[in-house]
Design a protein around this ligand. Structure first.
Ligand code: CP
Length: 312
């Protein structure tokens, strides 16, 4: 695997291999010196044109645990403010030795452009492009679902599991990548949200759709993934009134109490507590939100390992 640009590029075997390698790497965190020499001499650059806490730090931690050198670019304070393009920025970091470029960009398709334009030779990992995809988030979510809900005997088979993804589906790259990957791994997905936050063309997605969160909760999903409203992406468009939104789509304590006993609550972060998720639900025993963060480091170690040539 030279690049990781989209969950759509992953076959079931690819996804399972990444989840298995991530599971192997997860033990590294518990060592007295949490490091492997695997990527010694390799330089990874975080090229972030949008804000991030989890993804940027997680790639940095993953690269350091594999002994790679890390450089971080953030658009604030960079020469992008002087008009420097994506091409020139990428070529500049490659000239400084980047072997792997992890890119987050506000434009859908930016990671594909970097990978296929011939501008750079580096391996490209998509860390979120516009409203398009966030494949490593979907992989770490699948790792968390597998860890919590799938017995060792069933391995990576998520068939039989029902995952509800709730909120701003229209503007969510996390939802898009999750729908694709969960489907690849055999899970059933229902997307839930107000009609104005369900994307046009949803009929072509391999999902059920609902605007009634309470009736989906009554179907006893095994996992419920809450998404924030991506206000930064819906300027000028209709935004749901927050009172109505909270009343109809927030995962309140009452709604969480109606979930099956084994069901898990997920959120990719950042959370807006009191909007899409009640604070006491986010902090409850069924919440796996910090497990998602923890699994993100091992999963990104696996992705870095794979794009750098696997066993090589
Ligand atoms: N889940 C996620 O992408 O979080 P950050 O924006 O903090 O990276």
């Amino acid at each position: 695997m030279k690049h990781l640009l989209s969950a759509q590029d992953l076959t079931r075997d690819d996804a399972v291999r990444l989840l298995d390698v991530a599971q192997d790497f997860s033990d590294v965190a518990n060592r007295s010196v949490p490091k492997l020499p695997t990527l010694r001499g390799v330089t990874m650059v975080n090229l972030f044109f949008e804000d991030s806490t989890r993804t940027r730090l997680s790639f940095e931690a993953a690269a350091k645990r594999l002994s790679a050198d890390v450089m971080t670019f953030q658009v604030q304070g960079s020469s992008v403010s002087k008009g420097e393009s994506l091409k020139d920025t990428a070529q500049t970091v490659e000239a400084m030795g980047a072997d792997i470029i992890v890119v987050r960009h506000f434009s859908s398709g930016a990671a594909h452009r970097l990978a296929h334009s011939g501008w750079v030779e580096a391996a490209i990992i998509n860390a979120g492009d516009g409203t398009h995809e966030h494949p490593t988030q979907a992989l770490l979510d699948a790792a968390t679902i597998r860890e919590r809900l799938v017995s060792k005997a069933r391995g990576s088979d998520l068939s039989g599991l029902h995952v509800a993804i709730v909120g701003d589906i229209a503007h969510s790259r996390v939802a898009r990548s999750n729908v694709v990957l969960l489907n690849t791994l055999g899970a059933r997905v229902t997307v839930v949200g107000p009609p104005e936050l369900i994307p046009s063309g949803i009929e072509g997605w391999p999902v059920a759709t609902s605007s009634d969160l309470d009736s989906v909760i009554d179907e006893s999903p095994d996992a419920i993934m809450m998404l924030r409203i991506q206000k930064e992406r819906i300027k000028g468009e209709f935004q749901p009134a927050s009172g109505n939104y909270v009343r109809n789509y927030s995962l309140t304590k009452d709604r969480a109490n109606r979930l099956a006993e084994h069901a898990i609550v997920m959120h990719p972060g950042p959370m807006n507590r009191g909007v899409e998720i009640a604070s006491d639900v986010a902090d409850s025993s069924r919440s796996v939100i910090l497990d998602q963060v923890r699994n993100g480091v091992a999963l990104r170690m696996a992705v870095l390992f794979e794009v750098w040539g696997g066993e090589k």
